[in-house]
Write a protein that binds this ligand. Structure first.
Ligand code: E4P
Length: 217
């Protein structure tokens, strides 16, 4: 499973990348707002840190304007993945951009039929939003399951990018179902390592080791 981090915070991205945990980055207009930086400047910096795809989202809602924004975003770096909303115009732009050799991420996916359309448009990634479905009392994980089955039924190569991930259990369940990628906030990715028995066990080993009076090397 690939791990993307869902942030435009360069410090967090650098830290996770240095740990060797990152396969890519996803950003969105809200995350750019949170970072408080110019989209081109911050995206360029992110692309220089991470080798994998960096999703940068268009903000236009009409096809021609989306294509214009996509052209500007794709000039930032070779690893830019153009993020498009799951609308008819977004799907049309996805088809055109994919045919032109660009990586695409169709975002704001909340139903299996929407994901099917994204696959038919040739999207590199489709982003079903787990947490936002959970927020309205719909099981977001059921959507990942349905999309996995549909893509497997037809051999679609579009990768399922589980998004709007809020908990470590979301990551585990998405992995069990077979999502290709998970994008999660930095804190959630770092929390994956945590287990109280690991901390307790390490504490005990270190205490016993100190009692031996030995040193390695
Ligand atoms: C995905 O690409 C989105 O940026 C993100 O996962 C949205 O998550 P949120 O619902 O926590 O805002």
């Amino acid at each position: 499973m690939k791990f993307f981090v869902d942030t435009a915070d360069v410090k967090d991205i650098r830290e996770l990348n240095d740990l060797g945990l990152l396969d890519g980055v996803t950003t969105n207009p809200s995350l750019i707002l949170k970072a408080g930086r110019d989209i081109v400047e911050v995206t360029k910096e992110i692309c220089s840190i991470v080798e994998g795809p960096v999703s940068a989202e268009v903000t236009a809602t009409e096809y021609s304007a989306m294509m214009k924004e996509a052209a500007a975003l794709s000039k930032i770096a070779d690893n830019i993945c153009i993020k498009l909303p799951l609308t008819l115009d977004g799907l049309k732009a996805c088809k055109a951009l994919t045919s032109d050799g660009h990586q695409t991420n169709v975002t704001l996916c909340f139903s299996a039929n929407q994901a099917l359309l994204a696959a038919k448009a040739g999207a590199t990634f489709v982003s079903p939003f787990i947490g936002r479905l959970d927020d309205i009392a719909v099981d977001g994980m059921d959507l990942i399951r349905e999309i996995r089955q549909i893509f497997d039924n037809y051999g679609y190569e579009t990768e399922i990018l589980a998004a709007s991930v809020r908990t470590v259990n979301h990551v585990k369940e998405a992995a069990l179902i077979g999502a290709d990628v998970v994008t999660a906030p930095p804190a959630t990715l770092k929390a994956l390592v945590k287990h109280p028995l690991t901390d307790k066990g390490l504490e005990m080993f270190l205490a016993d080791w100190a009692k031996t009076g030995q040193k390695i090397a």
